[in-house]
Design a protein around this ligand. Structure first.
Ligand code: SF4
Ligand code: SF4
Length: 133
């Protein structure tokens, strides 16, 4: 299985090789999708974890124990579905498959597939997407 998470790094832990140790100590695949970290200010990382369900659970435990804040990516992207006019413009830029049109030409949003590339933020003419990073 694969799951995408948003990680928060406090300045006190930015110098620790946490992701490196995660890969060494837990049998899990780590794909870094996006990162913005400053050693003095802390930062964030969007990662995809792949492997057995137990490995992903162990990874979350590993990160939590090392004071890394961890949220599912779906809790970080906000979409104002009530205002959507289903023009489909956002689907053209979403290469992760999080945005698509159904058989009735209605937008379907699967936030668990989002990789936080932020391309839809500008692609939507009504600016219906936002991130809380
Ligand atoms: S940020 Fe937008 S365009 Fe990028 S993967 Fe997520 S939903 Fe798709
Ligand atoms: S671009 Fe905006 S209005 Fe158009 S389908 Fe996507 S979310 Fe809806």
């Amino acid at each position: 299985m694969k799951s995408i998470y948003y990680l928060r790094f406090h300045p006190e832990i930015t110098k620790e090789p946490i992701i490196c140790n995660l890969i060494k100590e837990v049998a899990v695949e780590v794909n870094i999708l996006r990162a913005g970290i400053d050693a003095r200010k802390g930062g964030f990382m969007v990662i995809e974890l792949g492997g057995e369900e137990a490995s992903i659970k162990n990874s979350i435990g590993f990160l939590t124990k090392r004071r890394v804040g961890i949220d599912e990516i779906s809790s970080r992207i906000h979409y104002d579905a009530d205002q959507c006019v289903h023009c489909g413009a956002c689907t053209a830029v979403c290469f992760s498959g999080a945005l698509g049109m159904d058989n009735e030409s209605q937008l379907v949003f699967a936030p668990e597939k989002c990789i936080a590339c932020s391309l839809c933020l500008k692609a939507c003419p009504l600016r219906l997407f936002s991130f809380s990073f």
